[in-house]
Design a protein around this ligand. Structure first.
Ligand SMILES: [Zn+2]
Length: 76
């Protein structure tokens, strides 16, 4: 996975956050630690990344975010 951001607080690798009802594929990706599921309640200014230490932050590049989500769900 290219260009995955690191946590601005601790420097751990970012994991994309998925909102909404997870599909079976999303559940599987979450079980493997490739994405994090944050449920159906989407905050007004949702964070898009989280890390191993549960910090969250907003994406500054939506293309990087969607590429990371695609890669996580397609096991690239
Ligand atoms: Zn962190």
């Amino acid at each position: 996975m290219a260009n995955v951001p690191v946590c601005p607080v601790c420097g751990e690798r970012g994991v994309p956050i998925l909102y909404g009802l997870p599909t079976p594929v999303a559940r599987e990706a979450a079980a493997a630690g490739r994405v994090r599921l944050f449920g159906c309640v989407i905050p007004p200014e949702p964070d898009n990344w989280t890390c191993a230490q549960n910090h969250t932050w907003q994406a500054d590049d939506d293309q990087v975010l969607s590429a990371a989500i695609d890669a996580a769900l397609h096991r690239e």
